[in-house]
Design a protein around this ligand. Sequence first.
Ligand code: SAH
Ligand code: SF4
Ligand code: F3S
Length: 500
Amino acid sequence: MSEHNHLLYIETVGCQMNMLDSELVVAALRHQGYQLTSDVEQADTILFNTCSVREHAEHKIYSALGRLKHSRRQRPGQVIGVIGCMAQKDQELIFRRAPHVDLVVGTGQLAQIPELIDQSREGRQHRLAVSLDRRDATRQQVSDSFQSYDPLRDPEMRPSPFQAFVRIMIGCDKFCTYCVVPMTRGPEQSRPPADILSEARRLASEGVREITLLGQTVNSYRYAVDGRIWRMSDLLLALHDIEGLQRIKFVTDFPRDMSDDLLQAVRDLPRVSKYLHVPAQSGCDVMLKRMKRGYTVGEYREMMGRIRDTIPECAISSDFIVGFCGESEDSFQKSMDLLRESRFKNSFIFKYSPRPGTKAHELLADDVPEEVKRRRNHEMLALQNQISEEDNSRLIGRDFPILVEGLSKTARKEGLDDPRVGGALQESQSSQGSQAGCDDHPQLVGRTMCDRIVVFDGNPRMIGGFVDVHVYDCTQTTLLGTIITREYQHAGSDLLPILA
Ligand code: SAH
Ligand code: SF4
Ligand code: F3S
């Protein structure tokens, strides 16, 4: 172990899996005496936890690295590390493009980071720790080289004291033709149920009230142990009994694996959020086939029907890619049709970005012009926003139990920040235009059982508890409400949320 008092700056892009990885890496470094700083100039250790899913995410990191070239020359003791998905994907290329980077550490080697940083400080050569390429070895060898990083959790390091991500699987075997994730995260590997349950129990005993289970295709979860196969629904049932846990969410679902037993578990277990994120990607069979998604639009519609029949109140969200190889205006209109009829709570809409190393990049021309991609993206977003606002406005006048997550973005901007609650709140899509509340009642943010964002004035002491909120207005992304309970229930109580 090195001498202490190091200052660490970390920047994280990408999905929730990366947010969890960063939390764990920071916790490990804090145990070694590191302190976090938000000022990159002050830091002697700089880490970028990276994403390769679209070119834009990589550009951002390479430009940030470019800006550090100068500072690195002035501070010989500084260590700069690139970790995560782009580290696994680009490997030595990162050293070639940014020679001042000391460390490149893939998603399967995160446990080695403290030691690798120490080694870097001692001697200046480049250090590379990555997993095997999926084409270069047997499945078992590749899987073994992608070590899931699940150290004991540090309650101090959670972005929120009562919410936590819990990894239930790593990797992906779907190989959608546009996607880098099967390469950057390796083969699909489910985590043993006993480990997941003991982590969740520990989190609950430390005050966590809401867990979000993470996996690239979370509903493909399968684990054979003691002559029995655990499915996602079995896991939900077992987690549901943990004392203190009030809400369980899980992302992201794969349409073809949306089984009836899972839908019934979501329906029957009151603490499981009535919210499913199940990306469609396209509404056109030709595109879906070219993407190798493994289902037709008809099958996706059938799945949506089963969700609505089993859990009528369920909120569903989706992802779409526009401008994929060969997407005609007619194909695009089919995606618009699917969006229109599905009434998703929200959708993430992306312009296709060709990724080296994927089948689509190798075999298919990226033939939709950028301005067409942009227009389709805008059109689809506008339609989704209209749908979200219509559906939100139907909730005006109703009351919902809300799990209070923290200060709203506006309140945080006004300097009412609580550093433990602030940073990682997932309300990035919300663009509320309301005021920040008065001083003793700043604006708070929380979510309904169906994952809808609600902002309301309240006392920061309510953070982490449930309150009943009356909805009086809405925007496309946010419900605006007022608290109707004087006595607020703390999340530890037995209050079982009604649905929103
Ligand atoms: N495992 C999840 C999604 C992982 S990536 C799933 O299968 O649903 C998150 C989203 O990024 C995807 O759903 C897809 O919509 C988008 N995406 C992935 N690769 C992309 C690419 N090359 N270009 C544009 N969007 C992409
Ligand atoms: Fe990528 Fe497809 Fe796997 Fe999702 S299911 S991570 S889109 S390959
Ligand atoms: Fe990006 Fe890796 Fe997540 S590529 S989306 S950070 S799994």
